[in-house]
Design a protein around this ligand. Structure first.
Ligand code: SF4
Length: 311
């Protein structure tokens, strides 16, 4: 903890501890639910220098101390040679933590500038290159898992991006096999709220590296969805939690994807499937209270819940 943090008032310290506990518990819960970390794993923690990846590393280091399984962490940053990238920040920070780390230097910035005509979006080529480099390094470093710092709000935003612009009900999985088929990618912050991470990063005073060094414009479609979700969060507290719960509670027989669910085989002998047709009934929902759900109060009185193998 930095000098400034040691000067936190008692009330601030109490709130910080509560926040840290909540992020730890939500992370531990996601790790357990998706079996993200197993005995002997060597986790490559991708560190961009943003609030999310700093928080992820911090929480994984903290969970490692009390986890019932033995795993190791290696923090990895890719220096893409963007103009003004402050090269000394991450090594200094990581050395102060005493964590194993590697800074990879690859000038993807010039490649992207070279290949993409001015005014066109650079992100897809940039992220493809970055992904390839990270996968290659994960192999060289003997990493068994690659951890990314996406959180619950990223997952929900991606769902809406895909629905609004891609015609697909598809979000961002907490655990997946990489597109080259060689790695398991995990998102330990999948249950953590962005607003908690913002507060936490602020209190921890991480040496954040700005994310606009490449000069790319923010994704306007994502920004619009973020705004919509933030508006809902203010107007209807609990809605975002309910939305996230719906991603974990999918009923394929009541959607219309005939490749996902075998509608063709339904006949009178199939019996009632998932409650049958209540399409014409007056719908009544007991809104999931924010207090009932992950990411809000649910794990505050943690003693009530046997949350995780790892926490
Ligand atoms: S914002 Fe910049 S660094 Fe990030 S993916 Fe896009 S081009 Fe690459």
């Amino acid at each position: 903890m930095s000098e400034q943090q040691t000067e936190l008032s008692k009330a601030q310290q109490y709130n910080f501890n509560k926040l840290q506990k909540r992020i730890r518990r939500n992370t531990g819960q996601a790790i357990a639910d998706f079996n993200m970390i197993e005995d002997g794993d060597r986790i490559m923690v991708c560190l961009s220098g943003g609030k999310d990846s700093f928080t992820m590393l911090d929480i994984l280091l903290s969970l490692k101390k009390s986890a019932p399984v033995d795993f190791s962490l290696i923090a990895v940053n890719l220096d893409q040679k963007q103009p003004g990238f402050p090269e000394d920040i991450l090594p200094r920070y990581l050395e102060s933590l005493g964590v194993e780390y590697k800074i990879i230097e690859e000038d993807t910035y010039s490649i992207v500038q070279d290949k993409i005509p001015e005014g066109k979006t650079t992100c897809s080529l940039c992220s493809r290159l970055r992904r390839g480099i990270l996968y290659r390094n994960a192999k060289e470093l003997g990493a068994t898992k690659i951890a990314l710092g996406h959180h619950r709000d990223d997952i929900i935003e991606t769902l809406f991006l895909n629905m609004f612009h891609g015609g697909k009900m598809k979000a961002m999985p907490p655990k997946l096999v990489s597109d080259n088929g060689e790695h398991v990618v995990i998102r330990p912050l999948a249950y953590c709220r962005e607003k908690d991470i913002i507060k936490y990063a602020d209190l921890k005073q991480y040496p954040i590296i700005p994310c606009n060094l490449c000069g790319s414009q923010p994704n306007l479609q994502r920004q619009a969805i973020k705004q919509m979700l933030n508006g809902w969060d203010k107007q209807f507290p609990g809605r975002i939690e309910t939305l996230f719960r719906s991603i974990q509670n999918v009923v394929p027989s009541h959607l219309a994807d005939y490749e996902l669910f075998d509608f063709k085989s339904i006949d009178r002998d199939s019996g009632v499937i998932n409650g049958g047709d209540i399409g014409f009934d007056k719908e009544e929902f007991n809104d999931v209270s924010p207090a009932d759900d992950i990411g809000v109060q649910a794990f505050e009185p943690g003693e009530m819940l046997n949350v995780t193998q790892i926490d």
